[in-house]
Ligand binder design. Structure first.
Ligand code: SAM
Length: 254
């Protein structure tokens, strides 16, 4: 008799399907216009290439491809040096993948995942809670709707704060450094922090050494920036600045 398959968690994909279908449809539109003016063929070709690129990226990020999404989240985990007892906050937890991985790694920790769960990725609190249940960590993990711009926790209330590829996505915040400052606000004295984002993209964060200097001045005991965009497992095709070509980890102790 065939055994029923155990339910698998759904961690989604950072490359939304609208990045594939959007340019594809616009490309078809331009292709239609090319009957009147062949120059539109160029625009159509550009849109089709864009659509193919995002389809490729979505596949490579997924477990069926090279599982890059999971491996990039793993960089946050591997850079966290912690005793494992206390409270962790995961800012912008998405589908809960990193939050749940932390719960599985640190069996004595409690973890809170926050996210504003906008429409872009199709993530939600319900998906996170279901994933936590499937992975058997639901009793130590909670999820809450909140913004990275105004974290609804007291100063120095967390033992560890992590965040993965979130700050660059937060809209309405002119200076992305303010989000790092807000995240550090809730780290307790002696607590650890590991933030991964597009920290090497100067357009967003300025010169890396100035960023680290600014963080030091906000009163942390130690801080360093690790260039994770050079990780050997990252395919060259994903190394565009807005993909994972400028990722870095800011790690330290408050
Ligand atoms: C690329 S995804 C990363 C998700 C997750 N950290 C991971 O590693 O899979 C970016 C996430 O940032 C979240 N986000 C965007 N703006 C936010 C905000 N203002 N506050 C909290 N989360 C936000 C999105 O909802 C999304 O879940």
């Amino acid at each position: 008799m065939k055994q029923p398959q155990a339910e698998k968690p759904n961690y989604g994909n950072w490359v939304s399907t609208r990045f594939i279908y959007g340019p594809g449809l616009v490309g078809l539109f331009f292709f239609g216009l090319a009957i009147r003016c062949p120059l539109f063929l160029l625009l159509a070709a550009f849109c089709f290439i864009l659509s193919l690129y995002f389809a490729y990226a979505r596949y490579i990020f997924s477990p069926q491809g090279q599982n890059i999404q999971d491996r990039v989240q793993g960089l946050v985990l591997s850079n966290l040096d912690w005793s494992g007892e206390g409270m962790i906050l995961d800012i912008g937890c998405g589908s809960g993948a990193l939050t749940i991985a932390l719960a599985k790694k640190y069996a004595k920790a409690r973890i809170i995942g926050i996210d504003n769960w906008g429409r872009q990725w199709g993530y939600s609190k319900e998906i996170c809670e279901k994933n936590a249940m499937i992975e058997g960590v639901a009793e130590r993990v909670t999820f809450q709707k909140a913004s990275a711009a105004v974290i609804p926790f007291d100063d120095e209330s967390m033992d560890v704060v992590v965040s993965n590829l979130v700050f660059h996505e937060v809209s309405g915040v002119k200076d992305k450094k303010d989000l790092i400052k807000e995240a550090l606000r809730v780290v307790g004295k002696g607590g650890r922090f590991v933030f991964q984002d597009l920290f090497l993209w100067k357009r967003l964060y300025g010169e890396p050494f100035e960023l680290i200097e600014a963080i030091r001045e906000w009163g942390v005991k130690e801080v360093e920036l690790i260039n994770t965009s050079e990780s050997a497992f990252l395919p060259v095709m994903l190394k565009l600045p807005f993909m994972v070509g400028t990722i870095g980890i800011i790690v330290g102790e408050k």
